[in-house]
Design a protein around this ligand. Structure first.
Ligand SMILES: [Zn+2]
Length: 254
């Protein structure tokens, strides 16, 4: 299997996080320093690939030419397979949507210029959906055809917009949570050739390990939950998910 989204620079024990039989892992940068660390790890570990970008929590750094230049300089490094994660978040930051729009626009152009997929994080604050709506609007406006709705939140309009552009939809450990009904519904509805799974490790640990720190090997539990929700044979779905991940990130075939 492939973990399409993790943060290997944030795991407590890197050796333990890499102790699995995954075929590939994509570690995601969230600022210039962490993007550089992701690229360095990809250079060292043959199974690891990197994404470079600015997280929505750091969106204001997109106004800093030095931060932009640092990320732009990393894009051509070996092992870089995506731009991001960028995105929209009103959960951790109630009032940063304007900065997040500017950061998104820059990273969407970067993805287009280098023909790379864009990794998009979207999280709404409780009782609101303006992060999801902003994301759908910006996808519509910028229209780049390669990307991933990472950690799918179940927002219907956003998913419809992403799918229409040709994007993939990635499910994380919260798919395994009993009360995630909107995410379950999305997991049944997304076309099979656009499905991905991820851990977002060290966050969002799937059942049955919820409460512990997450590791990439736990991606199998999210894949199993997806197979159950769709009534599919787990092994057949895993093969499909791996093929999707390789196509999405243009990974070398195994
Ligand atoms: Zn992430």
């Amino acid at each position: 299997m492939i973990d399409t989204h993790c943060h290997l620079d944030r795991v407590a024990d890197l050796a333990a996080a890499l102790d699995n039989d995954l075929a590939a892992l994509v570690t995601i940068g969230t600022d210039p320093e962490r993007s550089r660390a992701a690229v360095a790890l990809a250079a060292r570990e043959p199974r690891v690939f990197a994404s470079v970008g600015l997280h929505p929590s750091d969106a204001e750094r997109a106004a800093d030419p030095a931060a932009r230049a640092a990320i732009e300089a990393l894009v051509r490094e070996p092992g870089v397979v995506a731009i991001g994660e960028t995105g929209f978040d009103t959960y951790w930051q109630v009032d940063a949507l304007d900065a997040q729009r500017r950061s998104f626009a820059w990273q969407a152009e970067l993805a287009r210029a280098h023909d790379l997929p864009l990794v998009l994080h979207v999280r709404d604050g409780d009782g609101r959906d303006d992060a999801s709506r902003s994301a759908a609007e910006m996808l519509q406006e910028h229209g780049w055809g390669r990307g991933i709705l990472h950690c799918c939140n179940g927002h219907e309009a956003l998913i419809t917009t992403g799918l229409a552009l040709g994007w993939f939809v990635s499910f994380a450990g919260n798919l395994t949570y009993a009360r995630a009904s909107a995410i379950h519904e999305a997991a049944r509805a997304v076309p099979e050739d656009r499905l991905l799974v991820e851990t977002d490790a060290p966050y969002l640990t799937p059942v049955p390990h919820r409460g512990q720190r997450n590791v990439p090997g736990n991606v199998v539990f999210t894949a199993a939950a997806l197979a159950r929700l769709r009534g599919l044979d787990p092994a057949a779905l895993e093969a499909r998910l791996d093929a999707n991940a390789r196509r999405c990130y243009a990974l070398p075939s195994s």
